[in-house]
Design a binder for this molecule. Structure first.
Ligand code: FES
Ligand SMILES: [Fe+2]
Length: 461
């Protein structure tokens, strides 16, 4: 990778080329749960910009620059009153749309306030997350994805901090091989106790624990193709080991959702759509939207499982760089590949933070298993160039799928090696037909997007 391309892809602050691309898309600003009932206002740093997001008593939302337009006092400590945020320094009051409503120390009748504005962005709330649009012009609609189409009760949102650049955080999510190594467990848990946990259940169509498959088949065939939402990534593991004859295969289909999301399966009926959002160039948050097809989500359980692993209010992992991630060499020998315990988020965290605050891609030696990452970087650079030339990144901005939801539908399943695409397409279509909220939606092809899947990417450089 050229150093110039690496810099282009990783820098997202105001005035940068990748920043201009990212600003064409809605970005997660905060979790809804961060807006505390007593004072629903929270600071957020996003794409190198410091902001505050708040909810007025009439439920209107505001997303403003954090520094007061007067003399830059911190509006994170402002007073939420009179239809906006009032700065605690000299009492200037700002409306959600950025207008200055009052400058109380000015003479009575002064028109001064009407000439003042503060930076303000469109904001909306959907399924547990507040979304901001930091780009030019009219914002696009949120794309037609299951995580947005599902009713609130069928979703759960959470987030976590990573002490590194956003791109390496995304790239671990489109690297299907690492699951056989980084997330390897030497024992298989009770799959009955796997609710809400990644890689601890069984694959659809079998009673074989996912942990066993990932451990025993570490050389999947990766079939990746560009789609009109990003990329579809298939990891195929033909089960031809001891006691198996190769007639069955493990199929794992995940998706890259442009520009910085992934969709992966958690269980046969629950998916995770995860966005990798730059705080600035050296830190990011992942925002995960869990979406259930069949039943409302048990939020209390899922939140409890995750909140124990972070400190609030920053959602920073308890295990981190500063304490060596709680690394245990004995555990690494006996139980897990990493020696970090069972939480796969910590595994991913150690892997990507270990690459450095901003991973230097000129030092890489990419292999065949990195093909989805290679494709993604090409797509990202093409989209960045399109915006820099005054055009549109296109992907997922104008929803051309002509469906209520394009999914994209992830899958983790075991079935016949031949015809896997058709078998699982029909199985997922049946699941959607049984879903209380998805059954009436016109949906994308069960294992791919509406509009078809592009050519499978080749190994050509
Ligand atoms: S700095 Fe905010 S009102 Fe003066
Ligand atoms: Fe991972």
């Amino acid at each position: 990778m050229q150093a110039e391309d690496d810099v282009t892809m990783t820098r997202t602050g105001p005035g940068t080329r990748c920043g201009a691309l990212m600003r064409r898309y809605w970005q997660p600003v905060a979790l809804s749960e961060e807006l505390a009932p007593e004072r629903p206002l929270v600071a957020s740093r996003l794409l190198g910009e410091d902001l505050v997001v708040f909810r007025n008593p009439d439920h209107t939302l505001g997303l403003l620059q954090r520094a007061c337009a007067h003399r830059a006092a911190d509006l994170a400590y402002g007073r939420l009153e009179d239809g906006g945020v009032r700065c605690h320094f000299h009492g200037w009051l700002f409306a959600p749309d950025g207008r200055c409503l009052e400058v109380p120390a000015e003479p009575v009748g002064s028109p001064f306030a009407s000439k003042v504005r503060i930076g303000a962005y469109p904001v909306r709330e959907r399924n547990g997350i507040l979304w901001g649009y930091l780009g030019p012009g009219t914002p696009p609609e949120l794309p037609s994805l299951d995580c947005f189409a599902a009713p609130d009760a069928y979703t759960f949102a959470f987030k976590g901090y990573l002490d590194c650049n956003w791109l390496q955080a995304l790239e671990v999510g489109i690297d299907p091989v690492h699951a056989s190594y980084l997330h390897r467990f030497e024992t298989d848990d009770d799959v009955e106790a796997s609710y809400g946990l990644q890689f601890r259940g069984v694959s659809l169509g079998s009673d074989m624990p996912m942990t066993k498959i990932l451990r025993e088949y570490g050389r999947p065939e990766i079939i990746n193709s560009r789609t009109d939402y990003g990329q579809r990534i298939v990891a195929l593991r033909v089960l031809d080991g001891v006691g198996q004859d190769g007639s069955a295969a493990h199929v794992r289909i995940t998706h890259q959702v442009f520009p910085h999301g992934i969709t992966i399966p958690l269980s046969p009926t629950m998916s995770i759509t995860q966005w990798h959002v730059p705080i600035d160039d050296v830190s990011c948050y992942w925002y995960a939207m869990f979406t259930s097809l069949d039943e409302p989500v048990d939020r209390a359980t899922m939140r409890r499982q995750r909140v124990e692993a972070v400190t609030l209010p920053d959602y920073k992992p308890v295990r981190n760089r500063a304490n060596g991630y709680g690394f245990d060499p004995r555990e690494q020998r006996m139980l897990t590949y990493t020696g970090l315990g069972p939480d796969i988020n910590v595994h991913d965290q150690m892997a990507v933070e270990g690459q450095g605050r901003i991973h230097d891609r000129t030092r890489e030696r990419l292999a065949r298993s990195d093909r989805a990452i290679i494709t993604y970087r090409r797509m990202l650079l093409e989209a960045i160039a399109a915006v820099a030339e005054g055009g549109s990144p296109e992907i997922l901005l104008r929803d051309t799928g002509d469906v209520d939801s394009r999914g994209p539908i992830p899958l983790d399943a075991i079935g016949p090696t031949e015809e896997w695409q058709q078998v699982w397409g029909e199985a997922i279509a049946a699941q959607r037909a049984a879903s209380p909220w998805a059954k009436d939606l016109t949906a994308a092809l069960p294992t791919g997007p509406a509009g078809g899947v592009g050519e499978v990417e080749t190994d050509e450089p």
